[in-house]
Design a protein around this ligand. Structure first.
Ligand code: NAI
Length: 328
């Protein structure tokens, strides 16, 4: 089978190759993203393998179908960038890796919380330069604080388990409550109560029509003064202009992002010698209490191995695990 691997980085290539040691799949590794334009050139592929910022809108899906591609294999969990309905209509398979390692992303959310709070990134730089002054590095004790978890699926549950170990009070919001979270002593509540009560709010729900800009001026206004907001889920959950306002007014006291709504223009590439044109991103990055990572929540050795193994299995044996298939 011939597979076009889009948005491909050296680490993707290494993992996908090692998951295909018998050479059953024949890969073409392509650095460019899959878009309506690059989809036109997919005549040679039976399947395309894509990542979070490939633009698989209706136009791309139709171009893939015209080119004879039969399978869109996502090497990630979220699928908000794929027009699944159009794929279903045209008979294309769409697979993903729904549960490679929820702990991996949960641990990254914790890294953002702990770094923002205890300012270890600033301490590292100070000590490197021989500055041992701790003025300005004061944090707060996590034990006993209330953390609001929006979305308690696989990753939200892993976050809940970790934070319960820290001695936090857990408030959760999810239309489908999880028994395992209740068993930790967490309570489910409505979104407004979660927003108005939590010292820390962490987002773990998918991006869809219902959750787009879930964090906006109105919902930020409901939060506690000085709240810590963490988003490791998808950038579109957060209205960037609204959080900039919230940071300027000090309503938001800490912001930790692994995802950003316009990230497809920036993330996963080195722009260090360019002038970044995205003024909203630059404004965000300028705040001393904002910590941004470039969508690396998934990026551990264990998760990458699992992603590659499941992606290869999805392409080779599409009938094997229906839970991984969004279409047909
Ligand atoms: P999941 O499907 O196991 O859980 C999602 C949960 O969110 C479900 O329980 C669902 O009922 C709930 N939900 C849906 N809409 C909601 C809403 N409007 N408000 C509150 N809860 C809602 O998904 P999983 O594996 O936990 O992943 C969550 C998200 O994390 C993914 O959709 C993906 O966007 C993101 N992600 C980010 C990664 C990164 O590298 N930063 C890596 C992997 C996933």
């Amino acid at each position: 089978m011939k597979v076009g691997v889009f948005s491909c980085k050296p680490y993707d290539k290494a993992m996908l190759e090692s998951a295909n040691s018998d050479g059953h799949l024949s890969y073409t590794f392509i650095e460019e993203p899959l878009t309506p334009l690059t989809a036109i050139a997919c005549h040679d592929f039976d399947a395309v393998c894509i990542f979070v910022n490939d633009k698989v809108c209706g136009e791309t899906v139709r171009a893939l179908a015209d080119a004879g591609v039969s399978h869109i294999a996502l090497r990630c969990a979220g699928y908000n960038n794929v027009d699944v309905d159009e794929a279903k209509k045209l008979g294309l398979r769409v697979s993903r890796v729904p549960a490679y390692s929820p702990h991996t992303v949960a641990e990254h959310a914790l890294a953002l919380i702990l770094t923002l709070n205890r300012k270890t990134h600033k301490a590292y730089n100070r000590v490197k330069e021989g500055n041992f002054d701790i003025q300005g590095l004061q944090g707060f004790t996590l034990h006993g604080k209330t953390v609001g978890i929006v979305g308690t699926g696989r990753i939200g549950q892993a976050v809940a388990r970790i934070l319960s170990g820290f001695g936090c009070t857990l408030l959760c919001y999810d239309p489908m409550p999880a028994q395992s979270v209740k068993a930790l002593g967490a309570s489910y509540t409505d979104l407004q109560t979660l927003l108005s009560t939590s010292h820390i709010i962490t987002l773990h729900c998918p991006l869809n029509e219902g959750s787009y800009h879930l964090i906006n001026e109105e919902t930020i206004a409901q939060m506690r003064d000085g709240v810590m907001l963490i988003n490791t889920s998808r950038g579109g959950l957060v209205n960037t202009q609204a959080v900039i306002k919230g940071l300027k007014s000090k309503k938001i006291g800490y912001l930790g992002l692994d995802v950003y709504e316009m990230e497809s223009e920036l993330f996963f590439r080195d722009h260090s010698l360019e002038i970044i044109q995205d003024d909203e991103f630059e404004r965000l990055a300028s705040f001393h209490n904002v910590l941004i990572t470039g969508h690396q929540g998934f990026f551990t050795q264990e998760a990458m191995q699992e992603i590659a193994a499941v992606t290869v299995a999805n392409i080779r044996m599409p009938g094997e695990n229906n839970d991984n298939f969004l279409a047909p």
